[in-house]
Design a protein around this ligand. Sequence first.
Ligand SMILES: Cc1cc2nc3c(=O)[nH]c(=O)nc-3n(C[C@H](O)[C@H](O)[C@H](O)COP(=O)(O)OP(=O)(O)OC[C@H]3O[C@@H](n4cnc5c(N)ncnc54)[C@H](O)[C@@H]3O)c2cc1C
Length: 519
Amino acid sequence: MQRKHAVIIGAGPAGLTAAYYFLKHTDIKPIVLEKEKFVGGISRTMNFRGNRMDIGGHRFFSKNEEVLKLWNELLPAQGAPAFDDKLLGRESVLTEGGANPEEVDEVFLNRRRVSRIFYHRKFFSYPISLSLETIRNLGLVEMFSIGISFLKAKFSQREENTLEDFMVNRFGQKLYETFFRDYTTKVWGRSPKEIGADWGSQRIKGLSLGKTILDFFKKTFGFKDGAGETSLIERFFYPKHGPGQLWEKLADDIKKLGGEVLTSTNVKSLHVVDKVVKFVRVESPAGMLTFPADYFLSSMPLAELADALDDGLNLRQLTIARGLPYRDFITVGLLVDKLLLENHTQIKTLGNIVPDCWIYIQEPAVKLGRLQIFNNWSPYMVASPKNSVWLGLEYFCNEGDDLWNMNEEDFIAFAAAELASIGIIKAEDIKLAVRVKVPKAYPAYFDTYENIGELRDALDEIKNLYCIGRNGQHRYNNMDHSMLTAMEAVRAIQSGDSSREKIWNVNAEQSYHEGKDNA
Ligand SMILES: Cc1cc2nc3c(=O)[nH]c(=O)nc-3n(C[C@H](O)[C@H](O)[C@H](O)COP(=O)(O)OP(=O)(O)OC[C@H]3O[C@@H](n4cnc5c(N)ncnc54)[C@H](O)[C@@H]3O)c2cc1C
């Protein structure tokens, strides 16, 4: 019998996981088609003169055993301290028999997460908590006015129609204006007045001023270990050379197992006859090519997939797909000699830089949303980690807006000036600067999203087509969720289950940790 084939659109975490699972668990041969020159999707690592950039800062974090097992199959955990921990005598979490990052590249580091809010040139804990530090930073007058506005909100609860109502009811007008309003607008490009209240209940679960006040008293009067910043510290896994390293390794393994991963291969259309996809047409360095297959798995954005299908959707379903909103993203890599910020924490770092992996920039005067400090993710991301700091300045925008349309030189000058204006660097300390644009970084839940079910039902009727991944499902999937959608799709094909329920159900109920960090 002839071997069956699966065409997989996109070599991000979802597409690569699907290919690997086909090879490991079925006789079906996968061919991954990737439009970019590189694999890893938005979880890639880019290399600029030995300084590696993670597009967004990707913590490897999952509650799913199957995902954790696959990650560990690909890269072993660290068994010896990393360069910075060794030099500084910092504590490391080591796995017996694990790899030594000072000797080999294929290793997962176990890193400490520190991330804080930067507001009025001071650091606040994230999520914002009522601590002596917060009171000191804001001052008694500001705290008093926050308290009064909180009490006012408690006694006159608004009807909750918008995200603003939701937040004001929980935090009071003043705290909402100080920490939530502008940042939410920065991230999503919409005022909380224009976002539904259900967004808040989905994303800000368990956070309220009442709970924060209780925590404060517990910590202050010693009922609970409230060792300041240490209560914020969590750990996460991170490949020595950033997230892309893991996806590059997976692509290599796929090729070794007999699968194909073709980069610079842009899927332009899918030919559908009687609700069955027959082939895809691609633009590639060899010209326009067609790839027939038995199964088609797509992690390309739903809006683009809908337009690429030459049959199977009616005008209403197409309109829903075309109306799905996205938030786009620009990041600027800056290599500097030093930061102007002082490290007042107990955590020792190379060059005594602040220990944060990333910082939420709440300064109202700048458009900058978040600042990554790659040295703290992995010292191996930086060519000279002892005497330079490799930063990622993150901007949230919309494709086609003024930020998006700026040329690279102007954008870098603008970003550097913003960072200097809030006292983080001196412009003359910059040694290297690059800009990276990431379209459709965030699938958003506005506009036609409320009717996405109709689009999904129509796509599910196409018998051999499976929607997987983040933009492939228009869902805030983290890497592990994207991988799980792929695993479920392969299982459905393997078992002959025609239902797509399990694939769409991944991450349908859980709250989204990366998203929560951003709002
Ligand atoms: C700022 C930011 C921070 C994040 N932080 C974390 C984190 O800490 N932890 C975490 O787990 N996740 C995080 N994520 C989420 C993570 O990046 C995604 O979940 C993951 O990359 C999604 O994988 P995917 O394969 O579904 O999609 P993608 O990574 O988007 O990959 C899809 C691929 O399809 C390709 N493609 C698209 N159209 C076509 C076409 N027509 N033809 C061929 N190929 C095509 C694309 O080029 C891309 O390579 C973060 C995301 C962002 C934006």
